[in-house]
Write a protein that binds this ligand. Structure first.
Ligand code: MLT
Length: 264
């Protein structure tokens, strides 16, 4: 892992391979390692740039709420600091997808194409936003424990949970060691995020949508609906996967990404 000053924050990131830069942005409350099935795959002609967002993994934690726009600005600053001037392919899972909409809005000139995994364009309902605020307060008081219990079983396919597979154990470790401030900042930022469905419907970039067929957090039906509204989107359902499709079924995800990159 490398660290670099990216605008107002020090970010940690992995950098593998050579070729077209693919910027992979993790979900909540995770870190770069959820993309291990991609950056260890040695896909020809691809450079994987895989950061930990502000407040996650080994990146600097800042105080107060962090908006999806702030994460996107951090990523643009990261590319600047790394000297990556040409367009990149943005690839985000779930919260990484929410950041992707802001990237498309604020830094469109940096993007060649986009990949959205297990995510949505709609904002939170009032009830969801209230739940996030309560959870943020609880995590600040008690640490990540309450979140780990409630989230882990929703991230993975039930067979992975039942067998306590390596990916479940390592994801649990990541969640348990994430800073409580980083978690609370993201929960509050997600609660405030705007509705990006209009932006999605006018996004004239090649887009690949991926979704685990058993995803209960961002269901396949919702991503199918999103695909119908987007001008240049292709949806590929990922079998044997729930919310963490790139980690649960890296072969199918990598096949879809490789084919997409060949076409753009
Ligand atoms: C994620 O995986 O990033 C989260 O499930 C996103 C969310 O809580 O909306």
């Amino acid at each position: 892992m490398h660290t670099i000053q990216a605008g107002t924050v020090e970010l940690s990131y992995a950098d593998f391979g050579e070729g077209l830069p693919v910027l992979c942005v993790h979900g909540f409350p995770l870190d770069h390692s959820m993309w291990q099935g991609q950056y260890t795959s040695s896909m020809p002609g691809v450079r994987w740039i895989v950061p930990d967002l502000r407040g996650f993994g080994a990146s600097q934690v800042s105080s107060g709420l962090v908006t999806m726009a702030q994460y996107a600005d951090d990523l643009a600053a990261l590319l600047d600091a790394m000297g990556v001037d040409g367009p990149v392919v943005y690839c985000g899972l779930s919260m990484g997808g929410y950041v992707g909409w802001e990237m498309a809005d604020r830094h469109r000139q940096r993007l060649a194409a986009m990949i959205f995994c297990d995510t949505r364009a709609a904002s939170d309902t009032r009830e969801m936003a209230r739940g996030r605020q309560l959870l943020a307060d609880r995590v600040l008081a008690d640490g990540p424990e309450p979140l780990v219990g409630s989230m882990l079983s929703r991230l993975f396919h039930e067979s992975a949970i039942a067998s306590q597979s390596g990916i479940v154990k390592s994801t649990k470790r990541v969640m348990e060691t994430t800073s409580r401030q980083g978690i609370a900042a993201a929960l509050q930022g997600m609660a405030q995020r705007r509705d990006s469905r209009t932006l999605a419907a006018t996004l004239h970039l090649p887009v690949l949508l991926l979704c685990g067929v058993d995803d209960g957090i961002t269901p396949l039906t919702e991503m199918e609906e999103l695909a119908r509204t987007m001008p240049q989107a292709t949806l590929v359902p990922i079998p044997d996967a729930a919310h963490m499709a790139p980690l649960e079924n890296p072969q199918a995800v990598n096949r879809a990404i490789e084919e997409f990159l060949r076409r753009i």
